[in-house]
Design a protein around this ligand. Structure first.
Ligand SMILES: [Zn+2]
Ligand SMILES: [Zn+2]
Length: 260
């Protein structure tokens, strides 16, 4: 059994063969997958898929840092309304992406803070998308009261920072989730991070359709491929594969508050 803690199967990339993708995931042992919203429309699509597949799919709602510029005064009310649904487990993905800078940085910071406030208000975890901004993101989490035994909690998804930054999230009670990037030969820093964090904070994900793990790199990714990522992490950590599958599934269930 394994959990894909972050995927985008509700997007149009799967319109042709979504049923097959879901059945391949089940066949690979995927017990649950979390389909993540990136804007209001995709958050609605995630929820629709979660409603249609109540045995397998959960949803999250939020604005990706790329979409932060689209946040307006009606957005919080729309997100609040969507988040009321029991299949919605978290707020996000939200955060800072200073690699692409598709939204101005000051807007990204402000909208990130709005998401953290909403997550606290609704007592939901947050899905963090952080790229080239880990230290600043940790500072914003601290300002928002992370790690103080409060309600702010969640996961740093598609982690691509170093071991020190990964441990920064762990110290604040956050999970750290790895994609296929950890299987790439040149990703030594990410691999060190995957080795450094305690097993009870480790999650795995595909972030599909992106970043297929080795040996499937270059293909459209899908949740069934998450086993390759978990296998690589087991190898890096010198832990049995089955133990890493089970621990990452258990951690996802704990962070997002669902039962396996
Ligand atoms: Zn992301
Ligand atoms: Zn994503």
């Amino acid at each position: 059994m394994i959990v894909d803690s972050h995927c985008h199967v509700s997007t149009s990339r799967y319109d042709e063969d979504r049923a097959e993708v879901l059945s391949r995931a089940r066949a690979a042992g995927v017990a649950a997958m979390i389909d993540v919203g990136c804007d209001l429309a995709s958050s609605e699509a995630s929820l629709a898929l979660a409603e249609a597949e109540p045995e397998l799919v959960y949803a999250t709602v939020g604005l990706h840092p790329h979409e932060a510029k689209h946040w307006d005064e009606e957005t919080p009310a729309r997100l609040r309304e969507l988040a009321r649904h029991p299949r919605v487990l978290a707020i996000g993905e939200c955060g800072l992406d200073f690699y692409y800078d598709h939204s101005p940085r000051d807007v990204q910071r402000a909208v990130f803070r709005e998401h953290l406030a909403l997550a606290r208000e609704l007592d939901l975890p947050v899905v963090l998308h952080i790229r080239d901004a880990y230290d600043e993101a940790l500072g914003i989490l601290d300002e928002a009261g992370a790690g103080g035994g409060g309600v702010l909690r969640g996961v740093a998804h598609c982690f691509t920072g170093n071991a020190r930054q990964a441990l920064g999230f762990v110290e604040r009670g956050f999970g750290v989730s790895f994609t296929g990037v950890v299987t790439f030969m040149k990703a030594t820093e990410v691999q060190e991070a995957a080795q450094a964090i305690p097993q009870d904070h480790l999650l795995v994900e595909t972030d599909c359709p992106y970043m297929s793990p080795v040996p499937l790199r270059g293909k459209r990714c899908e949740p069934a491929f998450v086993v390759h990522t978990a296998r690589k992490i087991a190898e890096l950590r010198g832990e049995p594969e089955a133990e890493v599958f089970a621990a990452t599934a258990r951690n996802a269930a704990r962070v997002f508050g669902f039962s396996l």
